[in-house]
Design a protein around this ligand. Structure first.
Ligand SMILES: Nc1nc2c(ncn2[C@@H]2O[C@H](COP(=O)(O)OP(=O)(O)O)[C@@H](O)[C@H]2O)c(=O)[nH]1
Ligand SMILES: [Mg+2]
Length: 301
């Protein structure tokens, strides 16, 4: 069989499990995951290459009503991805009833003019939380609303049916040569991914307004030539208020220390090298409104 390759957009409302699904399919952690809405802030590319095919997945920020400049950039990133791909996988949250947020994304898919519209697959994820009597209704709803070619029920967290979904995807890819090097698995820099891993640990450990108010930027990265030497990374966690800074530092700095330890372990896995990670917390009011800050954080393209 001829080699197949193409781009596939993962779209769906915040928290549906898009990033978890992406990491599963790529077999590498390329996109951070938490139970907070809007964990993914920009487009993330995850590439899977086998001897038969290459799939470049585009993980998008969940679409939502944007209130800030960051929010607008996130929705824009999701919308742009729809016309730059060969296939769309609409990821639905099977633990919830179809709602307005789903409808909004379905409208977005339909807003692409017909000649540029691409085939859609429906993935009803979190089927471990889907009541059996609701399966048929949920699937029918999304397949009809999106005029989808096929569907799959998945549990992204344990990988159930993810291989079958992948098969459905590959079967719809055009024949052609690979678009990316076979050893590439993302388009993100190690620097950006390290910042994201720190942010993931913050999101997983905090609540309410802190996750949305947090950004992370790597300030310094020192990689010695000796492969056994420590990679020294210094990063700033940016928040909007002094009270948030106090939460993140914690009593006697214990909170930030725990975050640093968890993040360092994952960065070491990512780089395959030992890491010294130094974290600072800084207050920047309104960073989500500032184009300069959003550029520095690589959220604006
Ligand atoms: N029960 C269950 N939880 C899931 C499943 N897939 C993802 N999750 C959880 O749902 C939350 C959101 O996942 P994430 O991948 O960040 O969603 P995204 O916003 O669509 O990218 C995380 O806490 C995941 O662990 C699933 O199949 N079943
Ligand atoms: Mg995500």
């Amino acid at each position: 069989m001829a080699f197949r390759s193409g781009r596939v957009a993962l779209i769906g409302k915040p928290n549906a499990g898009k990033s978890t699904l992406l990491n599963r399919m790529v077999g590498q952690k390329v996109s951070i995951v938490s139970n907070k809405a809007q964990t993914t802030r920009r487009r993330v590319l995850g590439i899977l290459t086998t001897p038969e095919y290459q799939v470049a997945f585009v993980d998008t920020p969940g679409v939502h009503e944007p209130h800030t400049r960051l929010g607008r950039a996130m929705v824009e990133a999701a919308r742009n991805s729809l016309t730059e791909v060969d296939l769309i996988v609409f990821v639905a949250d099977g633990s919830k009833r179809p709602d307005n947020d789903d409808a909004e994304i379905i409208r977005m898919v339909h807003s692409v003019p017909k000649p540029r519209r691409v085939p859609v697959l429906v993935c009803v994820n979190k089927m471990d939380r889907l009541r059996p009597e609701h399966v048929q209704r949920t699937v029918d709803h999304f397949v009809q609303a999106l005029d989808a070619e096929d569907f799959m029920l998945t549990v992204a967290t344990d990988g159930q049916n993810v291989d079958k979904l992948l098969r459905q995807i590959v079967d719809r890819l055009p024949e052609g040569p690979p678009l990316y090097d076979e050893d590439e698995f993302t388009d993100q820099s190690s620097r950006f991914m390290a910042a994201e891993l720190v942010r993931e640990k913050v999101l997983q450990a905090t609540r309410q307004e802190v996750p949305h108010a947090t950004a992370v930027v790597v300030d310094a990265w020192d990689e010695p030539n000796d492969p056994d030497g420590l990679v020294s990374i210094s990063a700033s966690i940016i928040v909007e208020k002094e009270s948030q800074k106090a939460i993140l530092i914690g009593r006697q700095g214990r909170f930030i220390k725990a975050i640093g330890t968890k993040a360092r372990q994952e960065i070491e896995q990512l780089l395959g090298r030992r890491v010294f990670l130094e974290l600072f917390v800084k207050v920047r009011e309104d960073w989500r409104m500032s184009p300069r800050m959003l550029h520095e954080l690589e959220y604006l393209e």
